[in-house]
Design a protein around this ligand. Structure first.
Ligand code: FAD
Length: 567
């Protein structure tokens, strides 16, 4: 018997938490009857995860009629946008985390936390199967089951290795705080090892070759941080080996930062080349051994081997095993990500919600909805509409799905009719009749290009806020589950479906320069955007404690440089 587990149960039940009907509780001799009758009446909400989505849900949940159980292997929230800064010591790891117990200390909602991971969701019996954190210092693993009335799945995603041989064993990932700490230690290790006597120059060069795989925002920011570290601190701390350092950024497509405006991509590529960061685009990694990386050129098929000292793998995200297993149970096995409706309810499961990186709103449904709008506009059922009519109806579509509006704006178009004109090879004018199915295929191209909901902290936290607001008014929500009359046509609902509001994105490029792409297609690159980045990230911290830590780390770095102790 684990004494710590018994103690935890007693604390929870005496504290009136009582949310969790532990089937194991009896076997530990803890009387479940200690639950108050008031807590028994409360709806049990189980929240999986303590990341962006879960935290914003918990912070915004105000209705005291819930009993909330938070389950996550990580007893803190991590401010992921600052993880690249942790890798080179610009910011300390403890400055970017906030204990979840500080977050759930809400005054009027019962919230409890269990440090465990959920390994199975049993939707039929409304239970989640959990295992206590095996990475804790006690090395004890306990399994238990928790009941729920509502389940909020926000377990995020894991790094995607695409099953390329040797990646899991030999590469570093940059997903969690532990990853950033490990990278920081390895970077310093490489410099210390390369400074030892009796090494050939070739070996020193290999050790100081840092390779980053993936030219997305995380890979680019890490490359920029590393370059700053080498430029600003290594020259001072390791003068003997400074000139042997090489940073290579590998990207499988033709450009880095492809999700950003072309001006930002061009600036970043040019800046990196100027800074001596080797950019290899169109280059795919096909295998990684302990000292060498094998690549293949996408176009020519030419193969190459690249000796390295450290590789950071940052190529995107994949699905967690618990989600894959759940998707199989509910008939979503063929999908890559858990699909929800626009109210963030998992399709086919009434009381289960999924938000953040582990889920996405079913885009197929959105496209069906959009084509239904066009079918309704086709009053004489001819299967065609004039381009002029398409232009008019497109306003309704953009009103309902602002993502389309954003896409059009980014592509310098005014209506979806312009998109149609662009996609058709033949000349069209306002009176040209266009087949609705043809238009649907033009829309499908938009769908695949624009990614309705990118996997970002911005989306996850907006979803958390949205869902908490729904839960705060759940009674009305349950009575009228299908959306407002004017949107859904039938039934009434107090809430609109979830709508993502894009507030812009940053790409820090090093040397106190950042690229910012803000709403309205506004692009700013340079030192002023870096100050904007500092202010936005300071203001977005979840607590005053972390805000003070982060600001003081930035100040310390300006004055004293980065700390290169390998602790
Ligand atoms: P997460 O924040 O990953 O949280 C998942 C939670 O679930 C964690 O607490 C985890 O411990 C827990 N969990 C995992 N498995 C289980 C389980 N089996 N049972 C229970 N709990 C579990 N986005 C931006 O918008 N801007 C940025 O600048 C930005 N920079 C980034 C930089 C880096 C280095 C990284 C890695 C990501 C960045 N992102 C950024 C993306 C952003 O961090 C994610 O989109 C966001 O974290 C998703 O939130 P989430 O709540 O879905 O998942």
């Amino acid at each position: 018997e684990s004494p710590s587990f018994s103690k935890m149960l007693i604390v929870l039940t005496i504290g009136g938490g009582g949310l969790v009907a532990y089937s194991e509780a009896q076997s530990y001799g803890v009387p479940i009857t200690t639950k108050t009758s008031e807590s028994n009446k409360k709806k049990k909400v189980v929240v999986l995860g303590t990341g962006w989505a879960a935290t914003s849900f918990l912070k915004n949940l105000k209705d005291p009629s819930y009993d909330v159980q938070v389950i996550s292997p990580r007893n803190y929230f991590a401010f992921t946008p600052l993880l690249p800064s942790v890798t080179c010591g610009t910011v300390e790891s403890r400055s970017v985390v906030e204990p979840v117990r500080n977050i759930i200390r809400q005054k009027n909602v019962d919230m409890h936390y269990l440090e465990a991971e959920c390994y199975k969701i049993d939707a039929e019996n409304k239970k989640v199967h959990c295992r206590s954190n095996s990475n804790n210092n006690l090395n004890g693993e306990e399994e238990f089951v928790v009941d729920y009335d509502y389940l909020v799945i926000s377990v995020g995603a894991r790094s995607n290795t695409f099953n390329i041989p040797g990646v899991s064993e030999n590469c570093h990932f940059l997903k969690e705080v532990e990853d950033a700490q490990k990278i920081r230690r390895t970077v310093i290790d490489c410099f210390e090892r390369a400074s030892l006597p009796n090494l050939s120059d070739e070996e020193r060069k290999r050790i100081l070759h840092f390779v980053i795989v993936g030219g997305g925002p995380t890979g680019v920011e890490f490359a920029a941080q590393l370059h700053d570290f080498v430029n600003e601190d290594v020259a001072r701390l390791y003068p003997g080996v400074k000139d042997l350092v090489k940073i290579t950024l590998l990207e499988a497509t033709d450009h880095i930062l492809s999700m950003f405006d072309k001006r930002i991509t061009a600036f970043a590529e040019e800046k990196f080349q100027r800074n001596g960061i080797q950019l290899k685009t169109g280059s795919m990694v096909v295998g990684v051994s302990d000292k060498e990386l094998s690549t293949k050129q996408a176009k020519s098929g030419e193969k190459d081997a690249m000796p390295y000292g450290m590789v950071v793998w940052s190529t995107g995200i994949g699905t967690r095993p618990v989600i894959m297993d759940f998707m199989k149970q509910i008939g979503q096995a063929s999908r890559r990500v858990l699909a929800t409706d626009e109210w963030l309810r998992v399709e086919g499961s009434d009381n289960i919600y999924a938000l953040g990186d582990c889920a996405t709103i079913n885009q197929r449904k959105i496209m069906e909805d959009v084509s239904e709008i066009f079918r309704k506009a086709d009053k004489d059922n001819s299967g065609t509409l004039t381009v002029k009519k398409f232009q008019e109806v497109s306003n309704d579509v953009c009103e309902r799905y602002p993502q389309f509006k954003l896409y059009l704006k980014n592509h310098k178009m005014h209506t979806l009719g312009d998109l149609l004109k662009e996609s058709k090879r033949d000349a069209v004018n306002e009176s040209t009749e266009v087949n609705i199915e043809e238009f649907k295929s033009a829309l499908t191209q938009v769908d695949s290009k624009m990614k309705f909901l990118p996997a970002t902290a911005q989306v996850a936290s907006q979803q958390g806020v949205y869902l908490a607001k729904c839960f705060n008014r759940m009674e009305q929500c349950e009575a009228n589950p299908e959306g407002p009359l004017r949107i859904r046509g039938e039934g009434r609902h107090r809430f609109r479906p979830f709508r993502y509001k894009h507030l812009g994105q940053f790409a820090p490029l090093g040397g106190e320069q950042t690229a910012a792409q803000l709403p309205g297609d506004w692009v700013s690159i340079g030192h002023s955007s870096q100050w904007l980045w500092y202010s936005v990230y300071a203001s977005k911290q979840v607590s005053w404690r972390t805000r003070m830590h982060v600001i003081s780390d930035w100040t310390r770095r300006f004055i004293f440089g980065r700390d290169s102790s390998r602790i």
